[in-house]
Structures are given as structure tokens and as C-alpha cells.
Design a protein around this ligand. Structure first.
Ligand SMILES: Nc1ncnc2c1ncn2[C@@H]1O[C@H](COP(=O)(O)OP(=O)(O)OP(=O)(O)O)[C@@H](O)[C@H]1O
Ligand SMILES: [Mg+2]
Length: 263
């Protein structure tokens, strides 16, 4: 029996900016299987956002090939492609002149989903991201905190029931408790809905807790990819350092925190 084809595949993908001076993504090959949760970890400017934007053709690659659901993305209408893929923008990316409900329901509306169905889906999604329906559905983005805007961004990405969700630092601006809860909630949803998720994060601990596999980027290159065990075998010094950080933090916290629960 042959293995199922990957849902997203990058093969030797390259993307430069500024006339070739910045190699944002440099010969990256990675495959994401159906149902998988992949985290992309790496420092600022390592090419994470660029890689994600290439997958739904917000930008086009200079070299290599990207396929989504078996199709070369260059052969697909970019608008259609983006409607099939949920995308959570690093900056929230909400439409400022549209209400929370309007933002969340925008793709189903473009797809011709009946208004009543959109309204009930918006309410379910607001529950999911823990925003009170009555308080928030009619607000505008400028009336929300940064973390609330990010939650609306997650809800919007899920509204058209995509099979694939790409998330660019979705929980970055949240307080630690909400971040933890929303991360867990999202992971449960990923499994329940059979989603395929690629999530960018700066935070190796978050990647370890949420993802099935982790890809590490630096200066546009993919340094390593795999499960935690596979990454532990990497002889790359940067990958080793990234992996040691959560354990070091946990050990320091173990020393500092009082033994029995709350202080
Ligand atoms: N549209 C653009 N024009 C010129 N350079 C760009 C453009 N987009 C990205 N870059 C450059 O490409 C490199 C990778 O950027 P990218 O946004 O992918 O990094 P990142 O890993 O997402 O960083 P961060 O963690 O800070 O979000 C950076 O050097 C950045 O300045
Ligand atoms: Mg980025």
C-alpha cells in the first residue's frame, strides 16, 4: 500500500526579496501529511511567514514547487486557493471597517452560505475562541484588545470549514493563561475536525506541547524537521540549543516555584 500523498508539499522552494539580496526562503523541502499538526519554529527574520505566504499564494516562489491537495499552487486560481485554506495572520489582519461577526463570516458569505447559517456559525466560533457573543459580535476591530483581535482571526480562519489551516503566531499577543487554553482548545479542534495545521511560533515550548512534528528554520533554511525524538538526534547546534531551552526553563522554575501548588 502506498502512503497517502501529502496535503501540502514544498520541494526545493526559494524566495528572494530586494533583487536577490535577501534570501528569505532558501531551498526548503517539507511535506505535511493529512491530519498532521506541524509547528515552524525559528528566530525573527528566518523566513517563517514567507514560507506560509507562499503556500496560499499571497506571494509566488522564485524556484521550486509547492502543491496543496496534490495540485501545483501555480495552476490554481489564488482566490479559490485562499478560500480553501484558513489563514491566521501574524498581525490579526482583520478588516477594520467590518464588525467582528462580519469579519468571521466573510469567506462563507463570499461562498454564498445562507445568512442564518453564517450567523449561527459565527456564534459557535465566538464560543470556541472564548469571546462572549453578545458583547463582541457587533464590535469593530479597533474596539478589541490585541489578544481579542487574534482570537477573532482564529475564528475567521475556521469559518469556511477549511481542511487546511495556516497560522502565523496565532497566540503571540495573548496572556499566558488564555494562550494555554486557546492552544489546547485549538489542538482538540484540529483533531476533532481532522484539520491539517501549520503553525508558526517563536516558542519551542508551545511547539512541543501542540505539534506532531516541528520544523526549525534559520536564515531561510530548514535546519531540521521531525518529531521531538527525531529533532533530538539532530547534530545542528542551533536546533540543540532550541530544544534545551524549555527543559532549562522548567528546571529553573522547579527550583523557584513553591512545592505544593499555589503559593
Ligand atoms: N515583502 C518583502 N520585501 C522585502 N523583504 C521581505 C519581504 N517579506 C519578508 N522580507 C524579508 O525576508 C526575511 C524573512 O522574513 P519573514 O517575514 O519570513 O520572517 P519571519 O521568520 O516570519 O520573522 P518574524 O518571526 O519576525 O515574523 C526577512 O529578512 C524580511 O525582512
Ligand atoms: Mg513572521
Amino acid at each position: 500500500m502506498t502512503a497517502a500523498p501529502p496535503l501540502i508539499a514544498f520541494a526545493h522552494v526559494g524566495k528572494s526579496f530586494d533583487g536577490g539580496r535577501v534570501r528569505a526562503v532558501d531551498d526548503v523541502s517539507i511535506e505535511v501529511a493529512e491530519g498532521e499538526f506541524l509547528a515552524i519554529v525559528g528566530g525573527s527574520g528566518s523566513g517563517k511567514t514567507t514560507l506560509l505566504r507562499l503556500a496560499n499564494r499571497l506571494i509566488d516562489a522564485d524556484s521550486g514547487r509547492i502543491t496543496v491537495e496534490g495540485e501545483d499552487v501555480r495552476a490554481v486560481d489564488p482566490v479559490q486557493l485562499r478560500r480553501r485554506i484558513g489563514y491566521v495572520f501574524q498581525s490579526g489582519g482583520l478588516f477594520s471597517h467590518i464588525s467582528v461577526a462580519g469579519n468571521i463570516g466573510i469567506t462563507p458569505k463570499l461562498q454564498g452560505t445562507p445568512a442564518a447559517e453564517i450567523a449561527s456559525r459565527v456564534d459557535q466560533l465566538l464560543d470556541l475562541v472564548r469571546l462572549d457573543r453578545t458583547l463582541y459580535r457587533d464590535r469593530f476591530p479597533h474596539e478589541l484588545s490585541g489578544g481579542q483581535r487574534q482570537r477573532v482571526g482564529v475564528a475567521r480562519a475556521l469559518a469556511a470549514r477549511p481542511r487546511i489551516v495556516l497560522m502565523d503566531e496565532p497566540f503571540g499577543a495573548l496572556d499566558p493563561l488564555t494562550r494555554d487554553a486557546l492552544g489546547d482548545d485549538y489542538r482538540a479542534l484540529h483533531s476533532k475536525l481532522g484539520l491539517t495545521t501549520v503553525m508558526i511560533t517563536h516558542d519551542m515550548t508551545e511547539a512541543i506541547l501542540l505539534a506532531d512534528r516541528i520544523a526549525v528554520m534559520r536564515a531561510g533554511r530548514l535546519l531540521a524537521q521531525g518529531t521531538l525524538t527525531e529533532l533530538s538526534d539532530s547534530d545542528d547546534a542551533y536546533v540543540g540549543e532550541l530544544l534545551r531551552t524549555p527543559r532549562r526553563q522548567a528546571e529553573r522554575l522547579n527550583v523557584l516555584l513553591p512545592r505544593d501548588g499555589a503559593a
